[in-house]
Design a protein. Structure first.
Length: 362
């Protein structure tokens, strides 16, 4: 947990701490002296802002160092993932991978190739490709469609590594171009949003393609409060694309496959109970740096309540047809509804890169 105290604004030892961070983060910092000076100036201002809100200045710098240490620790032979393998139809298998840090990597393996929904961090791309190959899915050469639900880098950071151009909302593209997750969402935390975005995008290895495919923006229908702004068809699956209300971040997409009963809530709804202690701790870093990962907490609350209502409605309709609803959050396990509670759908398996590399060396 982050050390906080409303009266803790002591800056003793801060210059040394800042120098230590600059050394640890040297390869991630801007190369030009001018850009580095701007970044350090804005970083210091963020430290001042959060200190006034109760975050110890030294602890704020430790948060950035924590991102570096956490992500670096899981690249390569130490890469791990918890995952679920769910048979959707006789020919379509769904895999949801909880990566060591950040959001889930979701893959539909079909006769027509793979559909990837959210990519994870760029720094994990090679490890993810090795993982799918080791698990019998093959590499990413047959990925035909990529969808990025929103502009947080743990959901779109590896998009540029795929041959298929990613589908995203036009505001998501604008946020990525602007370099701050606070774009289009004035909330009084603009500088905090900007500095956090620079830090996490750089450290996690964001790689975006030169071109993307944009969704529509005009409502074609509605699901409760959410406008349906498009459709995605792939290998017999027909997903509705909903536009979120912008509580977590502007331009976030939600997806629903009504016949198969698959609801992707992205980060508008997360079942935190299914997160490991390590993942939950890592997720708390963004909250501590910004104050909240939701650009509008009241709207985010409205979204969660509406998704819970819709999920109960969909579940009732699907059960009448002998089916169940799969709820796929941006983080954590894919779940089903049982007695109004979210429970993991099937067994949660553990992948360790070291297990497979040891076998190859034998």
């Amino acid at each position: 947990m982050t050390e906080t105290s409303p009266t803790t604004t002591d800056t003793k030892g801060l210059p040394e701490k800042l120098e230590s961070l600059k050394e640890a983060a040297a390869k991630y910092l801007p190369e030009s002296k001018e850009e580095l000076a701007v970044f350090i100036r804005e970083l210091k201002e963020c430290i001042r802002i959060r200190a006034a809100e109760g975050i110890n200045p030294s602890a704020y710098l430790d948060l950035i160092k924590g991102i570096i240490e956490h992500l670096s620790a899981y690249i390569g032979i130490n890469f791990v993932s918890d995952y679920q393998k769910i048979e959707i139809t006789d020919t379509i298998t769904f895999y949801s991978f909880q990566l060591p840090g950040g959001g889930n990597l979701n893959i539909f393996d079909t006769p027509e190739g793979k559909l990837v929904l959210d990519t994870g961090y760029g720094c994990f791309f090679e490890d993810c490709q090795e993982m799918t190959d080791n698990l019998g899915l093959g590499d990413f050469s047959d990925v035909k469609k990529v969808i990025c639900t929103h502009a947080d880098v743990d959901h779109c950071g590896a998009a540029g590594y795929f041959e298929a151009l990613p589908l995203m909302h036009q505001v998501t593209k604008a946020i990525l171009d602007a370099g701050t997750r606070g774009y289009g969402s004035p909330n009084g935390k603009e500088l905090l949003e900007k500095v956090y975005t620079i830090v996490i995008n750089t450290i996690s290895g964001l790689k975006m393609p030169d071109s993307v495919i944009l969704t529509g923006t005009e409502p074609l229908a509605h699901r409760g409060l959410f406008p349906v702004i498009g459709y995605v068809t792939f290998s017999g699956m027909n997903f509705e694309i909903w536009e979120s209300l912008g509580g977590h971040i502007a331009g976030q997409l939600l997806l629903f496959e009504p016949d198969l009963g698959i609801l992707f809530t992205s980060d508008a709804f997360i079942n935190f109970k299914t997160l490991s202690k390590e993942r939950a701790s890592y997720c708390s870093i963004a909250d501590s740096m910004i104050g909240s990962v939701n650009v509008n907490s009241e709207t985010a609350r409205t979204e969660r309540q509406e998704l819970v209502r819709l999920a109960a409605e969909f579940e009732k309709e699907l059960r009448e047809k002998g089916k169940e609803l799969l709820i796929c959050c941006g983080h954590g396990a894919v779940c089903r509804l049982e007695g109004g509670n979210l429970v993991p759908a099937g067994e949660i398996l553990r992948y360790r890169a070291s297990d497979f590399r040891d076998k190859k060396e034998q």
